[in-house]
Design a protein around this ligand. Structure first.
Ligand SMILES: C[S@@+](CC[C@H](N)C(=O)[O-])C[C@H]1O[C@@H](n2cnc3c(N)ncnc32)[C@H](O)[C@@H]1O
Length: 263
């Protein structure tokens, strides 16, 4: 077995279980998402009691209160099966929406789900890594991602890259899971997220991915550190809006309105 074919870390049921810090972390994250792609949406709706649909819609509502310019070209990164990209296309019916993910199985699922739909009139699909986006500087008015950030091997590099492809004044919207502020909500959330979700995952033959999920959250910086990382990546205006008692957060960050300006 060559190095490239090595199986990586596996859970007892044989499913991929990525480990941050390993040289093959990104490959294992891709394998994990390829493994869960067929049941990804169903599982999410079940594990979040359908709230994930509300979170994406609400994030776009918050975007409208934050942005100052029009949205003609939008890029969704780490699109998965395309649920956020679909919401963006419906929200901005005149915009071109580019749907990307670094897992081929996810790109295919998004294409099957969205291509040719009347409410997604202008979409392109392709594989792309968030850390090396195949687009020129300043190509988009809006870059979005949902539940992507905690999977990146380097969060600062990912933010810089998404900032690079934004036009002056363009906005990055990131939806991500976080720690609820209230101790009571936190204990209920962790009982569900750390124990019930991995058990549910086992029922879908995916113990590894759903053990990785709470682990990936523990390594995500807190909200104020997240905002600092956005500023360090060159964003001029940053904001965070909480939903569901802080279980998820929408980060909004605007690129400077002219190159070299701080706002
Ligand atoms: C938790 S899923 C979220 C999918 C979708 N955005 C949603 O809201 O359902 C994360 C997605 O990000 C992709 N992903 C993870 N790391 C990535 C990277 N470095 N570059 C591009 N995509 C990545 C995975 O393949 C997966 O489809």
């Amino acid at each position: 077995v060559s190095q490239a074919e090595a199986p990586g870390r596996l859970a007892p049921d044989g499913s991929p279980y990525p480990e941050r810090g390993r040289a093959d972390f990104e490959r294992d994250v891709r394998r994990m998402f390829a493994h869960i792609a067929p049941h990804y949406e169903r599982f999410n709706h079940l594990a979040t009691f359908g709230q994930d649909v509300v979170w994406r819609a609400r994030a776009l509502w918050e975007l409208d209160r934050f942005r100052t310019g029009p949205v003609r070209d939008a890029l969704d990164v780490g699109s998965g099966t395309g649920e956020l990209a679909h919401a963006v296309a419906r929200h901005f019916p005149d915009a071109r929406v580019v749907v990307t993910d670094f897992t081929g199985e996810m790109v295919r699922a998004a294409q099957e789900r969205l291509a040719g739909r009347a409410d997604v009139p202008r979409a392109d699909f392709g594989r792309a890594s968030a850390l090396a986006l195949p687009f020129a500087d300043g190509s988009f008015d809006l870059v979005t991602n949902a539940f992507l950030l905690r999977n990146l091997s380097s969060l600062p590099a990912g933010l810089l890259e998404m900032r690079r492809v934004l036009r002056p004044g363009g906005v990055l919207l990131s939806l991500e899971v976080g720690e609820p502020a209230s101790a009571m909500v936190r204990s209920v959330f962790h009982a569900h997220f750390d124990r019930v979700v991995p058990l549910l995952g086992r029922a879908f033959a995916s113990e590894g991915p759903y053990r990785y999920l709470p682990e990936s959250l523990k390594l995500l910086p807190d909200r104020s550190a997240m905002l600092s990382l956005h500023r360090a990546a060159g964003f001029a205006r940053v904001a965070v809006q909480l939903q569901s008692f802080g279980i998820v957060a929408t980060y909004l960050a605007a690129a400077p309105s002219a190159p070299g300006q701080s706002r």
